[in-house]
Design a binder for this molecule. Structure first.
Ligand SMILES: *[C@@H]1O[C@H](CO)[C@@H](O)[C@H](O)[C@H]1NC(C)=O
Length: 134
């Protein structure tokens, strides 16, 4: 077996390691609160084509906030992870240097920007990676 095959197998195993996100909540890495996909009390979860939940709504809202200008049209925040959401995730992944597979998981979560409204003003959004919010 060639080394690149081993590396691919390892990264596939990592992306399969987390359960599906099922709900949305506020994650508090520092003094701020970021609306994100959750499973239970954890952000360690994944989303993909066919999922339908408030977790998907949170992802769609975040993609619109921080990446809407790169989409042909903003996503409907309807909780349905269909082909438009999958394509939007691919666009985000391409921009942030994540593997482009159209699924939301640990790598994409860590590399993408997450938006927070300041002063409750929708035009005043700051987008940063999770580690930079901490
Ligand atoms: C997410 O979608 C996959 C594929 O359709 C499905 O197997 C899984 O049950 C869904 N998860 C949830 C939490 O709905």
């Amino acid at each position: 077996m060639h080394l690149p095959t081993l590396a691919l197998l390892a990264s596939t195993a990592l992306t399969l390691a987390q359960p599906d996100c099922t709900r949305a909540d506020h994650y508090k890495p520092g003094s701020t609160a970021i609306y994100m996909p959750f499973r239970g009390n954890s952000i360690e979860c994944e989303l993909g084509y066919g999922n339908n939940s408030n977790a998907v709504k949170a992802l769609q809202e975040q993609i619109n906030l921080c990446y809407g200008r790169y989409l042909a049209a903003k996503l409907a925040v309807d909780g349905d992870f269909g082909s438009k959401t999958r394509e939007a995730v691919r666009i985000v992944q391409g921009r942030v240097g994540a593997g482009v597979d159209g699924r939301y998981g640990p790598e994409t979560r860590g590399l993408m920007n997450w938006g927070v409204y300041f002063n409750g003003n929708p035009s005043d959004v700051v987008c940063k990676r999770l580690r930079d919010w901490a």
